[in-house]
Design a protein around this ligand. Structure first.
Ligand SMILES: NC(=O)C1=CN([C@@H]2O[C@H](COP(=O)(O)OP(=O)(O)OC[C@H]3O[C@@H](n4cnc5c(N)ncnc54)[C@H](OP(=O)(O)O)[C@@H]3O)[C@@H](O)[C@H]2O)C=CC1
Ligand SMILES: O=C(O)[C@@H]1CCC=N1
Length: 275
């Protein structure tokens, strides 16, 4: 990937993607990241060897791709600051902000921009990210391919043609690493109650999550069949799964994902009202 990529914002998600890009072979010198805090920039420069810059406008000057990786609440101020520069150089703009639609960001940037909305997740850091992408009408086929290439460097990519579906993507992958971390926390706590040392419990739970994911990914069977294969009739797993079903675990997951998607829509409305 011979493009120069600038990240506006160098926080959790930007550093996860940058780390994954470098591991995939992108030259650190082709990547620039900005943030207001000099010590955060120094830390990321030292850790990843990328270019850093406190001045957002200077950082987009030479970029082919600009990734907007700041919190949704400050996106408008950042876009307005970048508007003249982006208007002049017309890079591909990729926003990773939750709950901010492409038309609003394009408008804040002065209009007429090739803009991709991306909903990534933090496992991008280890090259196992899952990103949903949506392109506005100004994005060329070449820019679509570049966006795919960029995000595939850190995981899998799924395009949606209906922008509203990014809310579902947020629920199933953007926010979802946290659901699995909660599961690991809960399994560790429960295993400690069953007598295992915490470290042992944590290692076993995490490795089991990794193994189940790898198996589900490689197998020809669907997750329901793989689950059934663990459940010996009259055995231990059957008892555990029965308990989860009785406790309405599916409903809990469905309700949590609905709340997540609703919050993405709500954030868009709140930000539109504020601006
Ligand atoms: N975290 C996640 O799992 C995911 C996050 N996202 C989206 O990614 C975006 C970033 O989230 P996340 O990385 O978690 O947030 P962080 O708070 O970790 O990162 C935000 C970054 O933006 C920097 N920043 C603040 N103001 C400016 C400015 N004016 N110019 C340039 N940089 C600035 C912050 O610097 P400082 O720390 O000095 O304020 C920080 O480096 C959000 O829009 C979120 O919706 C999407 C998918 C998943
Ligand atoms: O919680 C959030 O709002 C961000 C977006 C998806 C994951 N983290």
């Amino acid at each position: 990937m011979a493009s120069r990529i600038t990240f506006i914002g160098a926080g959790n998600m930007a550093s996860a993607i940058i780390g994954g890009l470098i591991d995939s072979g992108v030259a650190p010198t082709d990547i620039t990241a900005t943030a207001p805090n000099a010590s955060e920039l120094d830390a990321i420069k030292e850790r990843l060897g990328i270019n850093t810059q406190a001045d957002n406008v200077a950082a987009v000057g030479e970029a082919d791709v600009v990734v907007l990786a700041v919190k949704p609440q400050i996106m408008r101020a950042v876009c307005e600051e970048l508007k003249p520069s982006i208007h002049e150089t017309r890079p591909l703009v990729i926003s990773i902000a939750a709950g901010l639609d492409a038309a609003t960001i394009d408008q804040w940037l002065g209009g007429g921009n090739a803009l991709v909305r991306c909903m990534p997740n933090t496992p991008s850091l280890v090259g196992i990210g899952a990103s949903g992408l949506y392109a506005n009408a100004a994005v060329s086929e070449e820019q679509r391919a570049l966006s795919t290439q960029l995000m595939e460097a850190v995981g899998i990519v799924e395009w949606v043609e209906n922008e509203a579906l990014l809310e579902a993507v947020t629920a199933v992958s953007g926010s979802a690493p946290a659901y699995f971390f909660l599961m690991f926390e809960a399994m560790e706590e429960a295993a400690v109650k069953l007598g295992l040392p915490a470290e042992t419990a944590r290692r076993l739970a995490i490795q089991t999550g990794l193994g189940a994911s790898a198996m589900a990914q490689r197998s020809d069977h669907d997750p329901a069949t793989l689950k059934q294969n663990v459940m010996s009739p009259g055995g231990t797993t059957e008892r555990a799964i029965a308990h989860m079903e009785e406790a309405q675990m599916r409903t809990i997951i469905a309700d949590a994902m609905q709340a997540c998607a609703d919050r993405a829509a709500e954030m868009a409305k709140e930000l539109a009202k504020k601006n």
